[in-house]
Write a protein that binds this ligand. Sequence first.
Ligand SMILES: C[S@@+](CC[C@H](N)C(=O)[O-])C[C@H]1O[C@@H](n2cnc3c(N)ncnc32)[C@H](O)[C@@H]1O
Length: 357
Amino acid sequence: MFRPPHETDPPDSVRRRRLFVRRRSERAFNMTSGNSQADRRLAFALALKAEGDYPGAASALEQALELAPDWAAAHFTLGEVREAACQRDAAIAAYAACLVRDPEDEMGASVRLALMGATPMPAALPEAYVQTLFNQYAPAFERSLLGNLSYRAPRQLGEAVESLIPAEARWARVLDIGCGTGLAGEVFRGRAAWLEGVDLSAGMVAVAGRKKLYDRLETAEAVGFLVDLADASYDFAVAADVVIYMGDLAPLFAGVVRILKPGALFALTTQRGEGEGYLLGGEHRFSHSVPYLRRVAAGAGLEVALLREAACRTEKGRDVPSVVCVLRKPVPAKEILAGSLPPGRRSGSREPGSMPV
Ligand SMILES: C[S@@+](CC[C@H](N)C(=O)[O-])C[C@H]1O[C@@H](n2cnc3c(N)ncnc32)[C@H](O)[C@@H]1O
């Protein structure tokens, strides 16, 4: 029912696919309606769906819903089955029925509706959906990302930042936005006297906590969390593979620019999109175009220090087009004249392979 964010169908492993289907089914089995007969119908429907028997699955789900009419999971699964059977209107009705019963949208019914063109594209994925997704994914996250998907965003961000500041530069306060299990924290810990991490998912934060890397860890939505932080109090912020769960980046950039000290860097990765804006893809992640990143950065008052095309991970054997982006909060002219350029700032440096900034 829930799609791990980077889980793919490895072409070489039917076994893995079966395991994946089973895991999804098991999750659904755990989501009880309170009526054991209805639960069995949903379990049966999931098995039929996995075999491609969509009419059979729909019929089992309708029986489940007769017994438990307000069961969001059954409405959602019916939406999936109808969608798989190319019954657009019926799928939309089922997802809408799910949303009425699950208004926080743990299942991501609103994402399905947007992808079907039934509703406008959201500005971000629903918080409850991202939380549920990553809470479930947390125990397997690093194995899946580092192993199966050759995830390299934190390392690429580390290299990008290295190219902009001297090797000996150290920061007093660093914020890891969407810290997950701490992979970016591992890269930047050595430079940070104080390292904070914030993430929506308690499951991910728990894994990060066990590493004892962070001086402070919070489970919270990033943009809301920033609101409570003091102005100009951080020397560096990073968001590795996080903004792919946000479409509109203006609120995040505005929050980050406020908490950064003048001259401080904000490093992030995203999936590279085409055109002028951002787009929600079928894999439930947003991509952002380079013109969009530049526009939103400029709107927030951030300078582009580095923009580099990259591939942050590999999916289905293919590199995922990505962007490594490092932004800088400008230093007011009077501070430059006074010679107080922040420590570690190397102006105008650019690595080969970077786009002109
Ligand atoms: C793909 S993981 C990346 C984690 C980590 N940065 C890394 O590089 O391994 C994305 C993380 O972003 C978090 N996330 C997504 N949207 C968020 C938001 N609005 N506020 C806080 N965390 C968010 C998710 O919970 C998840 O842990």
